[in-house]
Design a binder for this molecule. Sequence first.
Ligand code: FAD
Ligand code: DHB
Length: 389
Amino acid sequence: MRTQVGIIGAGPAGLLLSRLLQLQGIDTVVLENRSREYVEARIRAGILEQHTVSTLIDAGVGDRLQREGLPHDGVHLQYPGTRHHLDFAELCGRKVWLYGQSEVVKDLIAAQLDDGPPLLFDVSDVVPEDVDGDSPRIRFTDADGTPQVLECDAIAGTDGFHGVSRPVVTAAGGRTWERTYPYAWLGILADVAPSSDELVYAWHPEGFALLSMRSPSVSRLYLQVDPTEKIEDWSDDRIWDGLSTRFALDGWELQTGPVTEKSILPMRSFVSAPMRRGRLFLAGDAAHIVPPTGAKGLNLAVADVTLLAEALVRLLADERTDLVDSYSDRALARVWRCTHFSWWMTSMFHRSGDDFDAELQLSQLRRVCGSETAARELAENYTGLPLDR
Ligand code: FAD
Ligand code: DHB
């Protein structure tokens, strides 16, 4: 089997990269070790930045997003006694969209299976080889159990944090940075209309809470919990009680409803550099993880593959190496900006430490709510800085 770019992993990064390359006449094969059903059912991020939305629309996979996505002009920031609205449109002229990552993935898979290049689910034993030369290959076992070899001109490692690609890159050197946080998120999906028109990020002495949504009839909510908590110990009533306490505001009530999904998500920051070894290029969670506060993970994966697609087209169509040579540095500049923003949002909202830390957090929140300059800094980062090509 032969292709120009072998892509490992059919998350948003791998699927979008395949789509962008297809539109430029570059052949790809995408290899995914899970089933289509599993990949489409994974509930993850929900907020799309403006550049992500434009990229999906330009790639011809934005029809449903434009019909069903919910444009949001701002967010609410809350601390006891105060709920403050930040108007992104006014502060920076941009907005964000609520559209679940699972929907983005479904749209990309449907487009690829319709008229796109091969997308193989349920493969196993995926191994990138000979990445230092010009003819790398991927060995894998297909869904029928037959060993296969995919000869490539380049390989994209878009196989997430636990994938096989990053270890191949780090084996040749480079370095990683990591921060684990002393808290986790308990996330739920509930069949109840969102209690707020826009997202609410809430600081509370008992911990952070976030009100989000997936549609006019489905709410998505998160609650800060200790990372050692077990989901079995959290009944629906206990979750709703915790959320109601943390979102409490005079004259406002949190509407509750049947919980259809619940899980606990660990939180970490992680960056691996460089994002390349020879002809193997990392993108998305394979190279970096941000804590979810600020909703950067998915958007950063999209930004990486936008740069990577241009670089690979230049390499394979024009035989010029300038953009692949600068890919890692250009991608990492945005990665570190988002790593900082996600760390900052996370540190501002989550309770840990002592009362001194709490007062610093509240002071920072009052500053963001009271100063247009501070609010604009949050708004520009949240809605996504322009892609630096
Ligand atoms: P992934 O989505 O992880 O895709 C990688 C793909 O590679 C997967 O399909 C995987 O099955 C496949 N794969 C792995 N190993 C192999 C292999 N050896 N061979 C072949 N295929 C392989 N971000 C937010 O902004 N907000 C959130 O609320 C949020 N919630 C999250 C919840 C969870 C549980 C997780 C894990 C992440 C969350 N994120 C969130 C982050 C966001 O979802 C990720 O940043 C985004 O999925 C990155 O996309 P990706 O394509 O790089 O990686
Ligand atoms: C969602 C997730 C986030 O991490 C965030 O900051 C906002 C919204 C969500 O899943 O809807």
